[in-house]
Design a protein around this ligand. Structure first.
Ligand code: DMJ
Length: 638
């Protein structure tokens, strides 16, 4: 059909549009498309959309952190952490005077001075500060180290004994042996792995692991105070030089809040309190600041993983499918964070951990027990699994130590500790048919009759807290501490190597032994000798020194010296019931921080790192008690 041209008439398109209309429509459409793309890329919080539209979901390798040392199960693949939500304001956050009062009430009065210029603070102490990178130097606050030292009741390393007599004593030889082991562990690490996180003694190299967000040298930081304590001066200087020159904080990986806190921050704080070297104080504070994004949750209960680059946080995939924070992790920050506030003048650290307490105080506790999994979003328990071993352990430890570190003024911590202990005794404590006392694990009312190696610290903890319990409970707690420690000793004594398994059971006629190979390994853990040390200091019963020596090398060499010492350093073993050692090729940093330190202290006088002046964090780093009196009695060497 012929279409007649009519003037002024524009043929209609198939949609019935004329040309100008079509043009306008296309203009509108292209504007819309541009707007949508702009929104996709520019609007905040668009990462989920981007992921959804632009790429298939990929694995986040960095989030697969395996905190094997804390006895946690292996980590599953993680969801990327959600965008940080604002932290709930801590009590009195908006009112500074309120804040100071709260701190005082919690037994931690501020002894801070007005902010001084950086140069002055720098001049105040040594040359170490010069080695810091410019960005790491800016902590505008100083701490009066001399005043702190004068408040100690004992010289840090004790009163020097009469050397002529001391040298002949057996105890002196035992101490020297442990010192030699430390020297060997340090030299091996230095030789094969200096600067790496830990040593692999069989392959004679180092490895970084994936718990520390790209931070290096955890063995060095963990060793500083042990080297200082043992007066290994040259080695201490090597470690310090590394911290000054090579310990960089500008890293950008994903880290475990708990592990960085107990090992790095704890190690640096102790090194500062022992030496007064500014480099340790400043690096501890800077690192503390890097951990703060973990607390950006609706409740202020921190998540377990912090991303140093983006400042986002996340939970462990294995912790109830990524929905929980772990009691032992968020419950083991209090000691270090109070000291970060003390040394920085910045209240933020203390406020974060006070808020954790507040949440825990408010929440209902099943039968007075604290389950191991808590949602940082809702502030509710996620699962009713209770344990004094892995996942729960150092939460209880930090309650009694907060009380002690506050010079016995933090009543809240004291009450929480004794109430928790009472509930543990009622629901978890058991005695085996063979008469061994143990603390079982509780799953919503059902008991697993097993104790982990990690739970063996509890003998020492209960001994440490016995003195401040109600009068009528003191003797009972002392006895309980002794019984639990005896059980843990049995778990060592019943193995071929005289070293204890990772977990041991009390069922089907078996007592204090592992029931499968997967629980039979020993990774140089400290908890059993830690308890020997506390029990020795409380009772002076020689059995604890005997048991401690059995771990090193009893009459015929066994245990650490025979089974764990290799040409390239100390190694864990796969099976404590086999006298042909199969090594795991790891010299854990806590072996130098804790196991060797507690052994050394077991054979030292009580005034060496005296319990009157110091508490040990859960990685055995000594932190000072907050003596508020200025009438220090410390004399002699420091
Ligand atoms: C250490 O890192 C700490 O003692 C922590 O509290 C638990 N586990 C290891 C040692 O076994």
């Amino acid at each position: 059909m012929l279409m007649r041209k009519v003037p002024g008439f524009v043929p209609a398109s198939s949609w019935g549009l004329r040309l100008p209309q079509k043009f306008l429509f296309l203009l509108f459409l292209s504007g819309l498309v541009t707007l949508c793309f702009g929104a996709l890329f520019l609007l905040p919080h668009s990462s989920r959309l981007k992921r959804l539209f632009l790429a298939p979901r990929t694995k986040q390798p960095g989030l697969e952190v395996v905190p094997d040392v804390a006895g946690h199960p292996p980590v599953q693949e993680q969801e990327p952490p959600p965008n940080p939500a604002p932290a709930a304001p801590a009590a009195g956050e908006d009112d500074p005077s309120n804040r100071a009062n709260q701190l005082r009430r919690n037994g931690w009065p501020r002894r801070t001075r007005p902010t001084r210029p950086r140069e002055e603070a720098t001049a105040a102490r040594g040359n170490s500060i010069a080695a810091l990178r410019p960005r790491e130097r800016s902590v505008p606050f100083s701490f009066d180290f001399n005043a702190f030292q004068s408040r100690l009741h004992h010289p840090v390393l004790g009163t020097r004994p009469d050397e002529s007599k001391e040298h002949q004593s057996r105890v002196h030889a035992q101490k020297e042996k442990i010192k030699e082991m430390m020297q060997f562990a340090w030299q091996s690490y230095k030789h094969y792995a200096m600067g790496k996180n830990e040593l692999r003694p069989l392959t004679k190299d180092g490895y970084e692991g994936n718990m520390f967000g790209g931070l290096s040298g955890v063995t060095i930081i963990d060793s500083l105070d042990t080297l200082y304590l043992m007066e290994l001066k040259e080695e201490f200087q090597e470690a310090k030089a590394w911290v000054e020159e090579s310990f960089h904080l500008n890293v950008s990986g994903e880290a475990s809040l708990f592990e960085v806190n107990i090992r790095y921050i704890g190690g640096l704080l102790s090194a500062f309190y022992l030496t007064g070297e500014e480099v340790f104080r400043i690096k501890a504070i800077k690192l503390g600041q890097k951990l703060l994004p973990a607390f950006n949750t609706p409740t202020g209960i921190p998540k377990g993983v912090v991303n140093f680059k983006s400042g986002s946080n996340g939970s462990w995939g294995w912790a109830t499918a990524g929905s929980s924070s772990i009691l032992a992790e968020f419950g083991s920050l209090h000691l270090e964070f109070l000291h970060l506030t003390e040394l920085s003048g910045d209240q933020v650290f203390a406020e974060k951990v006070r808020n954790i307490r507040k949440v825990l105080q408010k929440i209902d506790k099943p039968f007075g027990l604290y389950p191991n999994f808590l949602s940082p979003v809702s502030g509710n328990w996620v699962q009713h699994h209770v344990s004094v071993g892995g996942l729960g352990d150092s939460f209880y430890e930090y309650l009694i130590k907060s009380w002690l570190m506050s010079a016995k003024t933090d009543m809240e911590a004291k009450n929480m500790y004794y109430e928790a202990l009472e509930a543990i005794e009622t629901y978890l404590l058991n005695v085996s048919p063979g008469g061994l006392t143990y603390i079982a694990e509780w799953r919503g009312g059902i008991l697993d009759h097993k104790m982990g190696h990690l739970a063996c610290f509890s003998g020492g903890m209960i001994a440490l807290g016995a003195e401040d319990a109600k009068e009528e409970k003191r003797a009972h707690y002392r006895e309980l501490a002794a019984q639990i420690t005896k059980t843990c000793h049995e778990s060592y004594a019943r193995s071929d190597t005289k070293l204890g398994p990772e977990a041991f059971w009390f069922n089907s006629g078996r007592e204090a032994v592992a029931t499968q190979l997967s629980e039979s390994y020993y990774i140089l853990r400290p908890e059993v000798v830690e308890s020997y040390m506390y029990l020795w200091r409380q009772t002076h019963n020689p059995i604890y020194r005997e048991w401690g020596w059995e771990v090193v090398m009893p009459s015929f060499p066994q245990a650490l010296e025979k089974y764990c010492r290799t040409e390239g350093g100390f190694s864990g073993i796969q099976d404590v019931y086999s006298s042909i050692p199969s090594h795991d090729n790891k010299q854990q940093s806590f072996f130098l921080a804790e196991t060797l330190k507690y052994l050394y202290l077991l054979f030292s006088e009580d005034d060496v790192l005296s319990q009157e002046d110091w508490v040990f964090n859960t990685e055995a780093h000594p932190l000072p008690v907050n003596h508020s009196d200025s009438s220090g009695r410390a004399r002699g060497r420091h």
